[in-house]
Design a protein around this ligand. Structure first.
Ligand code: SF4
Ligand code: SF4
Length: 451
């Protein structure tokens, strides 16, 4: 047996009263363990016999220690392929509207008042029926994206009714989520989306408190939107259906040099409005979108990672749900999955949801094809579909990176544009491991207090 290459570790944790201990983390299984320094030393020295049999068996089971002859990269890639092949959900992204009410400076889309017509909806349906016939699936998962998807609500309603019926006829599951600006998400519409379209999870963006959000996420006519969106979030999360149906809202905060100061006040604001237990928060760095150079204003990776830890800690203190630790990632995103497609309102098919309505990526090699043309004409090698080759050939840093099993390579589009896609976790994993340790400890303490 040998020590895995895919291990991360904190420093010794004397500063937080975990004397002579550190947390080790296997990215192969996304497992962290608090260990005595002596175990860590023996592990690194390959002196596995000096570790107790119980601990050794845990370390083997969680793949900190792996077979001597194993090529770990090959093994990880083989497991990824197997999991992908066995994937049982047909996952699609549908962008039924080319329109959006907002005019965010970092958006790379060109909007027009065009919505998926009945003829386009027929084609969405036919293509999904065709893909379902190619493999055995347990379910259909739809992500609604835009433009602003709710500007194409009538198309969403019609498509959902047909796909839900299709799933019922086939005896398979149907799930849906939506990425929306939240401007039209009033309670009455929300109820319809949940009841009729089975959209249970929503991602809504707030770029800080009103002071910064309203400088950025304004309507095309320049009007402020923060108060309307925030009220919508409050109103829908107050609906009994929200809890009964297990709905969720993730508040995404797009961050760059010009608004990072407003993230903390936003977390305070979410807390003041007692939204914990109803929403989660997610912090994202602004990147180029459709080749628009928006990433120029982004914060340095290390600085972002430092600030992110402060934000995560603040959320933890307020009991606002955040994702602290990454999971094992078998597939980086839809771009590399041949059976995951993005459809726009014109019937165009892409591999990445940032491609539709973008001048840079809307046509040419990025276009797989159009639903109105026979599938024999589709380009199966469209931009980003070759992510696996990019990764295995060593064109990115991922092949030799310890984070690969949990990261998968970040975002293929970023690498394609020449920008390393490493997530902040790569810079702040030591702090995150510790934060996760305290979160788990707190959970365990409250569980014991209840029982
Ligand atoms: S390539 Fe990047 S932007 Fe495109 S779908 Fe994947 S993660 Fe998203
Ligand atoms: S994107 Fe960065 S962190 Fe992720 S696997 Fe590639 S090199 Fe590692």
């Amino acid at each position: 047996m040998k020590l895995s290459n895919y291990i991360l570790a904190t420093d010794v944790l004397d500063d937080v009263s975990l004397d002579n201990k550190r947390i080790i983390f296997s990215t192969r299984t996304a497992t962290s363990i608090l260990v005595e320094e002596s175990i860590y030393t023996n592990l690194n020295a390959g002196k596995f016999e000096a570790i107790s049999p119980e601990m050794r068996s845990v370390l083997e089971e969680k793949e900190f220690i792996v077979p001597e002859e194993q090529d770990e990269f090959e093994y990880i890639m083989a497991v990824n392929s197997k999991v992908k092949e066995e994937g049982t959900f047909l996952s699609m992204t549908i962008q039924p509207s080319a329109n959006c009410q907002l005019g965010c400076h970092y958006c790379g889309q060109t909007h027009s008042k065009h919505y998926a017509s009945d003829a386009v909806i027929d084609k969405y349906y036919e293509r999904i029926v065709y893909l379902l016939s190619q493999k055995s699936y347990d379910g259909i998962a739809i992500t609604w994206y835009g433009g602003e998807p709710l500007t194409g609500y009538s198309s969403i309603k019609k498509t959902s009714a047909r796909l839900i019926r299709l799933a019922e006829e086939r005896g398979i599951r149907y799930t849906a989520d939506m990425i929306t600006n939240g401007l039209s998400l009033k309670p009455a519409l929300f109820k319809e989306l949940v009841e009729d379209c089975r959209v249970m999870n929503y991602q809504i963006t707030l770029d800080g408190t009103a002071e910064s959000h309203d400088q950025r996420r304004i309507t095309k006519t320049g009007d402020a939107t923060f108060d309307i969106i925030f009220k919508n979030i409050k109103d829908v999360t107050d609906l009994p259906e929200f809890k009964e149906k297990g709905c969720g809202i993730s508040i995404r905060v797009n961050i760059d040099k010009t608004n990072y100061q407003y993230v903390e006040p936003l977390i305070d604001y979410v807390n003041e409005h007692r939204l914990q237990g109803k929403v989660s928060m997610y912090f994202a760095t602004i990147v180029d979108f459709g080749g628009n150079d928006a990433g120029k204003a982004s914060l340095g990776k290390d600085f972002f990672a430092e600030k992110e830890i402060e934000w995560l800690l603040k959320c933890y203190e307020y009991n606002i749900a955040v994702n602290v630790m990454p999971k094992r990632t078998y597939s980086v995103c839809m771009a590399e999955k041949q059976d995951s497609e993005v459809y726009d309102a014109f019937g165009n098919i892409y591999a990445c949801w940032e491609f539709p309505y973008s001048e840079t990526y809307g046509q040419g090699d990025s276009l797989i094809g159009n639903l109105f043309f026979p599938h024999e004409t589709y380009n199966t090698n469209a931009t980003l579909r070759n992510w696996n080759e990019m990764l295995t050939s060593g064109q990115t840093w991922c092949k030799t990176c310890k984070h690969l099993p949990i990261c998968g390579g970040g975002c293929p589009k970023s690498w394609f544009e020449g920008t390393p896609a490493c997530p902040p976790f790569k810079s702040n994993y030591k702090d995150r491991l510790l934060l996760d340790y305290f979160i788990q400890k707190k959970k365990e303490e409250s569980r014991l207090a209840v029982s």
